[in-house]
Structure formats: structure tokens, C-alpha cells
Design a protein around this ligand. Sequence first.
Ligand code: FO1
Length: 322
Amino acid sequence: MRPDGTVTVLAGGVGAARFLAGLVEAMDPTHITAVVNTGDDTRLHGLHISPDLDTVTYTLAGAIDPERGWGLRSETWDAMEALDRYAAVRPARSGAAASWFRLGDRDLATHLYRTHRLGEGASLSDVTAEIAQAWGLPLTLRPMTDDRVETLVDLAGGDEVGFQEYFVHLRHDVAIRGVRFSGVDEARPAPGVLGALDDAGVIVIAPSNPIVSIGPILAVDAIARVLQRRREDVVAISPIVGGRALKGPADRMLGELGLPVSVAGVARGYRDVAATLVIDREDEALVAAVEAEGLHCVVTDTVMRDVTVATSLALTTLGVVA
Ligand code: FO1
């Protein structure tokens, strides 16, 4: 690491949040910046919802529901249940009173606050910083961009749907043939993002879905260019262990998009932007396959069943660029 010892992490949802929970134990958290995917953001009930930002925030605040990995612990669902009354009278083409995307009663407060502040003209960066402060987070949290970028999934059946429609409504149980990030060509990195990437001693790509969590961040051209330039200082952690995603559809997405469903597929996806891939002990036999993609390979425990493993993973990751 450089003497200033700062670390910038490209982050998606659950895997990134667990990694960050370990990282804040491993180093001075005021020297950490997380740059978070906003391609999953959605509008429902007139509210702006930023799932990955909220998953990171709630996890680091110790308030996340540990089983689901999203939303708040000890949540209640009265508002969702009350919506069902209106679902019964909703006209055929209306999306009103949707309850397939579950918003808990206390979680709603976050979306109400964010939406109101955005309506007042605040940027997503400003609102993210306010929400992080309200939850007492010690690190800096930044959305990847303040501009609207929307992950759209091209289903094998021919329809194109929004990410949450694919992930939650369709339970990611349908084949896909592509993904695109609408708006990304015009999107600029959020204020502070390029500086945090330029100044970081180590840039970490968290163990998030390479296609739909890290993909949108790297699709912001100026961000990808910094990583390409600083490739030697970029360490990625594989979210694929033993050929399977620990959570979500990363494994089947890799396969459906023509990449190997293994750490080698992750390495291929990151070979232009990262010099090192950290993989789990279970995949030790694939070190040569990762190296064949042009990356160094580090083997350690990556399955973060508790914060001790996450802290140790963080220390190993930082040690790569010592
Ligand atoms: N995931 C689900 O599987 N079902 C839900 O109903 C759901 C609601 C939800 C509400 C707020 C939030 O911040 C996240 C929520 N998620 C839900 C998780 C979210 O869809 C995904 O974890 C991410 O977008 C993928 O990283």
C-alpha cells in the first residue's frame, strides 16, 4: 500500500457489504471509500430506491437482516400488507400497489428521505453522505454516478426488463442473453470517485456479481480508465466459489454470457482492470487457469461466514499490494 494507506472498494450489494464490514475492522475506516453500484436503482411507489447503497449502509451499521442480506433486521411489513387492499382494485395496466418488491416499514423511511432530498435538487452523492452520517458510518460511501444509469436485462425469450424485475419479480429464474446499462455513455463518475481511485494505495473489486454489480461501475468509462492505468494496484475477489455464486445469479449469468462458470471466468472478465484475483481454497486447483488469463492468483478463505473471516480476507487482500 502507499504510505497514505487509503483503500477504495468497488462495491455491489451483499458480498461487498460483508467484505467492507471486515475491512473496517482491518484498517482505519476513515481511509476507506466505497464506490457503489447504482445500476440496480429503481423507482416504485414514486420512491427512489438504491438497494446496493442501502445494503452497504445497513450492514455497516449492524442493522441489516442477516438471513435475507437486504433490508432491516426486525422489520415489519404493515405498509406492504396495506397495499394489497388497493391491488384488488388496480386497473389491468397499472403498476400501482406493487408488492413483489418488499419494502419494510422502517426501510421505507430511507426511501422517503432520499426521494424528498432528490426532489429538492440534492445530488445522490449528497443524499448518500447524509444517510451514511445518519447511520453513523465511519467510511466514505459514494454512488458510482449521480446520473441515471439503469441495468436492463435482455431475456432469452426476447423481452428486455429492468434489473429488479429480473432479479426479484422473475426470481432470476429465466435465461438471459445480454445485459446493458442504459444511460452509462453520458454518465460521469460522482464527485470524489476519480480522486478516491487515483489516490488509493489499493483498489479492491469486492466479491460482487461481475456482470450486474461491478459491470455497471466499470461501464462508466472514466472509472474503467483509472483501473486500467492502475491495474497493478487493483485486487479483485472472486464471488464464485466451487463453480457457484454464494448468492444470486452470477454463476448462471457467466455461463449464459459465454464465460467459464468458475474463477477463470471471473479472471477473464477482470483481466484488463485487475492484476490479481483472490480465490477460495476450494478452487486451489484453478490457480493455473487464473494465471492463464494473465492475473496473479492468491488463495485464501473467501466465504465470509462471520466478520472474523471477512477481516482476515481484507488483510490478505491489502497485503497483495504491500
Ligand atoms: N430482494 C429480493 O429478493 N426481494 C425483495 O423483495 C427485495 C426488496 C428490497 C428492498 C430494498 C432493498 O434495498 C433491497 C431489496 N432486495 C430485495 C434486494 C435487491 O433486490 C438486491 O439485493 C440487489 O439489487 C442486488 O444486489
